[in-house]
Ligand binder design. Structure first.
Ligand code: GTP
Ligand code: SPV
Ligand code: MN
Length: 633
């Protein structure tokens, strides 16, 4: 009998898996002719001392292997194959459930380059802190090398990164969220540029010691960016944006610096196609902070008959000028890492259908028959569940069954309304840019900027209530300019200036129109005034008409608001008073905010562009004039 058969079934599986991985390693390796890449991988392996090194080829068997490894380790469990084919549920450590902004650093050489909104450390100092932590960090683990492309492979806007990680969860998620594997190495060739991403969960395994189902380091978490050398070092967390380095670390923090240097935009924005009943289509990009409605808007089913929405992306947009002087956007990602709670067949049927198979669910609850559940997924919760903390749960429980930042990882191509243009190498032309956040008061349903400069101003003064997407208190109102507060890799004042500079690069008529929206206005009893979700199509219709030049607007001190009757409310039951409140210019409320805006601006010191200071002054004057006018009646 071959000796292999004396192994336990688990060990046999493990050997089979490793052999398959080694084969894929050889295959991928044969194509890597990049000496600098090989040297870096060797250096990292020497430092981290993994048991073995595996180059990921991006194949389906490799993905299947990662899921099997996670199931064997107790990290994941298979969901019912009839209900959720090829899908798993993963429960993380309760101390590792969201991005950690407190431990996120921009390590530029000069502190001034990181600016007042980022944590800064000197790059050499930070490497001195991190090197001992990474030394031996991968003992007993496999070190995976993941070549990935942010953006369709070969797109002139796409960029390549290599993530080194010791987490099979990261490998599996990267398979869905980016284009990974041998094809990327081929494109990289012998001398291509790439972003170096190093990630470890920070939990070395001593010989014969048992592993935990979600290894991480509760004491030390560092999410570090070295913008000048295009490097990321992430230690201690295995969750979401902390660990899937292609997403926030590369596609936003590092890419925003590249975009500044090269004259383009890397933004925390969804991208959608909007087609009117006559078949005319425009593309819209929208920046809302984390857990403020990007995924929902990106794949919404319009309630207005004849209107159609198609998804290009749900979280990140990279925008460059085309030869025609317009801004073109690509979605650098290939999947959705979407907020689960609140997602239902009613609120977001397209996300529900996209996540029917081939998906990774994280920190959701599990039903007795092997499916996932989360708050509001169904009108009545199942009678019994196992919650995300692996405890029995019934509807009587006062605690939530799923973590508020529970997520689904799902291939974008599975979205029923994915745009036929979503992988177009040159991107899609953007006609409108939306900013928005969670604001219970003051900010109206929709407001159009009169110019790119005023639009930049509105983006720069955005504020929103904090959500469970980041560790910390939920519901705190904070300024979150352009929804980029946690994601801008350089000085926010320079970022504002970059936006103004981008606007000066082309004819004003070719720039997208800018709008500020707010789906989250509440009444005195704390209920949402606006029904939101598919009904947001009514606001998108007005935006479409403004772009087309037919929509009616009125000038107000804060910008252009829909003229009376310009928002199509046909078929919607909403009280006139409610609508009036949603579209009211709250002059006193805005005046009351001015000191906070001025304080927010003061943080940027001399880096605050004069154009924005002028916009603030002009807004103040218009508001005062309106207040005096109103007082005179
Ligand atoms: P990230 O992935 O963290 O960047 O979040 P996101 O901006 O994609 O947010 P998402 O679409 O996942 O929505 C987050 C939460 O907001 C969910 O619980 C939604 O149900 C809720 N939400 C989304 N759109 C609306 C809306 O129009 N109105 C209201 N009231 N809630 C909404
Ligand atoms: C966000 O927080 O904006 C997200 C989730 O999209 S994460 O990938 O964890 O950053
Ligand atoms: Mn996001």
């Amino acid at each position: 009998m071959p000796s292999q058969w004396r192994l336990s079934p688990e060990a046999r599986e493990s050997v089979r898996v490793r052999t398959a991985l080694h084969r894929s390693h050889e295959k991928a390796n044969a194509m890597s002719q990049h000496e600098l890449l090989e040297a870096w991988v060797n250096d990292v392996a020497t430092m981290c001392q993994p048991e073995q090194v595996v180059w990921c080829n991006g194949s389906e068997p490799e993905y299947a292997t990662m899921l099997r490894l996670m199931v064997q380790a107790g990290t994941a469990l298979w969901l019912d194959q009839g209900k959720r084919p090829n899908s798993v549920l993963v429960r993380s450590d309760p101390g590792d459930v969201a991005r950690v902004e407190e431990f996120t650093f921009i390590c530029s050489r000069s502190k001034d380059d990181a600016g007042p909104t980022n944590n800064w450390r000197d790059p050499a100092d930070m490497k001195r802190t991190l090197t001992p932590l990474f030394s031996g960090a991968m003992k007993g683990r496999t070190m995976y090398v993941i070549p990935y492309s942010m953006g369709p492979i070969g797109s002139p806007i796409a960029k390549i990164g290599i993530e080194i990680t010791d987490s099979p969860y990261v490998v599996a998620n990267m398979h869905v969220m980016a284009r990974v594997g041998s094809r990327v190495l081929e494109t990289l060739g012998a001398a291509g540029e790439f972003v170096k991403g190093l990630h470890s969960v920070g939990a070395p395994l001593e010989a014969n010691a048992p592993d935990s189902p979600w290894p991480c380091n509760p004491k030390n978490k560092y999410i570090c960016h070295f913008p000048e050398t295009r490097e990321i070092w992430s230690y201690g967390s295995g969750y979401g944006g902390n660990a899937l380095l292609g997403k926030k670390c590369h596609a936003l923090r590092i890419a925003s610096v590249q975009a500044r240097d090269e004259g383009w935009l890397a933004e925390h924005m969804l991208i959608l196609g909007l087609t009117n009943p006559e078949g005319r289509k425009i593309f819209v990009a929208a920046a809302f902070p984390s857990a403020c409605g990007k995924t929902n808007l990106a794949m919404m089913n319009p309630t207005l008959p004849g209107w159609k929405i198609e998804t290009v992306g749900d979280d990140i947009a990279w925008m460059k000028f085309g030869a025609d002087g317009r801004l073109y956007a690509i979605n650098p990602e290939a999947g959705f890492f979407g907020v689960a709670p609140g997602t239902s067949l009613k609120s977001n049927p397209n996300a529900m259908r996209a996540a029917e198979a081939n998906s990774i669910f994280t920190n959701c609850a599990v039903t007795p028959d092997g499916d996932v559940w989360w708050e509001e997924m169904t009108e009545t919760p199942p009678l019994e569940l196992v919650d995300w903390l692996r405890r029995p749960w019934t509807p009587k429980a006062t605690r939530k069954a799923a973590h508020p930042n529970a997520r689904f990882t799902t291939p974008a191509r599975q979205c029923p309304v994915i745009s036929p243009d979503w992988e177009k190498p040159g991107g899609v032309p953007i006609s409108a840019v939306l900013f928005g956040g969670r604001r219970a008061g003051v900010v109206p349903l929709v407001n159009e900027a009169t110019s790119w400069r005023q639009g930049t101003f509105l983006g720069s003064i955005m504020s929103s209530e904090t959500t469970a997407a980041a560790a910390g208190k939920v519901g705190n109102l904070r300024h979150d300019p352009f929804a980029m507060l946690p994601f801008c890799g350089y000085h926010m004042g320079d970022y504002f200036a970059h936006w103004l500079a981008v606007g000066a690069k082309t004819d004003a008529a070719k720039l997208p129109k800018v709008f500020y929206v707010n789906w989250f206005r509440k009444d005195d009893d704390g209920r949402f005034l606006w029904p939101g979700y598919g009904e947001n199509s009514r606001v998108l219709k007005w935006i479409f008409e403004r772009v087309a030049g037919t929509g009616k607007a009125v000038d107000t001190p804060i910008g252009r608001l829909p003229a009376p009757g310009a928002i199509d409310l046909s078929g919607l039951r909403i009280q006139d008073a409610q609508m009036a409140e949603l579209l009211r210019v709250d002059v006193e409320g805005w005046i009351a905010e001015l000191p906070a805006i001025r304080k927010h601006y003061e943080r940027f010191g001399s880096k605050l562009p004069r154009g924005l200071r002028d916009e603030l002054g002009a807004l103040e004057q218009r508001l005062q004039a309106a207040a005096v006018g109103a007082g005179g009646h």
